[in-house]
Design a protein around this ligand. Structure first.
Ligand SMILES: [Zn+2]
Length: 260
């Protein structure tokens, strides 16, 4: 049962994380305080919504799954290949660091990120007891953010990639993700012969398959346990924000993961 809706808030979980000693949730946009065009559980602070509503939406989300809102560790997501591993939460008076992947081995920390088409990738090593979350849009994908994250799990925590569970969450599907020449060129540079597996050409247009590209990168790193939600944000605007489908006039949904 991937969707849960105990009351107003509706969220998605991955089957492969069931029974693991972690908490995780991909929150839909339902059950929050924000009006249009951010309706309603917007947790993105950079799109014009009122900061206090955004904060309250995050608090509601954490409370929904029984995590202390003050346990949050989040970052300023900048489409980089930078990975942070943290041993503590981020107090409200401490500025966000810039990064696009966060990891922790501390049960008192809740990792949190924001999405609206880019790919959320959740990670868990049940042997070393590590959790992580990654933000991979097209730039992060061609920069190899997911590969860097797995590499950091190996060096910082001695994870064996064959133990790592990965989950690719709701994000823009290939059929909705037409890309321009600049993106095509970079995908071809990075993926060489494999690029044709992720670039779908139809008539004059080219579409980029972010899900398969990230799955490919995971498998190249030795992570073979990969669950795909298969949910397209742009196709399901009742549940998700889509920067592309809503032409930038929208919010961001939250993704949370923690040990418990
Ligand atoms: Zn779609």
């Amino acid at each position: 049962m991937p969707f849960h809706q105990p009351d107003l808030i509706r969220y998605y979980t991955f089957d492969s994380f069931e029974g693991e000693n972690i908490k995780h949730a991909v929150f839909t946009r339902r059950g929050g305080l924000s009006p249009e065009p951010w309706a309603s559980l917007n947790v993105g602070g950079l799109r014009g919504d009122d900061p206090d509503r955004v904060y309250q939406n995050r608090v509601r989300s954490f409370q929904e799954v029984g995590r202390d809102p003050d346990s949050v560790y989040d970052v300023w997501q900048v489409h980089s290949a930078d990975v942070i591993w943290t041993t503590g939460s981020r107090p409200a008076n401490v500025r966000h660091r810039k990064a696009d992947a966060i990891l922790t081995d501390r049960a008192e920390v809740t990792l949190f990120m924001r999405f609206g088409d880019c790919v959320p990738i959740l990670l868990h090593d049940p042997v070393k007891k590590i959790v992580g979350v990654v933000h991979a849009g097209w730039m992060g994908t061609v920069k190899g953010i997911i590969s860097e994250t797995v590499r950091t799990m190996q060096t910082a925590y001695r994870c064996d990639p064959s133990n790592i569970l990965a989950a690719i969450g709701p994000s823009i599907a290939v059929h909705h993700y037409e890309v321009g020449a600049e993106v095509v060129q970079q995908v071809e540079e990075v993926f060489a012969d494999d690029a044709k597996e992720f670039l779908v050409r139809k008539n004059e247009s080219t579409y980029f398959d972010l899900w398969r590209a990230n799955q490919h990168l995971l498998e190249n790193m030795g992570v073979n346990k990969v669950e795909l939600s298969g949910i397209c944000t742009a196709c399901n605007l009742d549940d998700w924000y889509s920067h592309r489908a809503e032409k930038g006039q929208t919010g961001r949904f939250g993704v949370l993961i923690s040990l418990r």
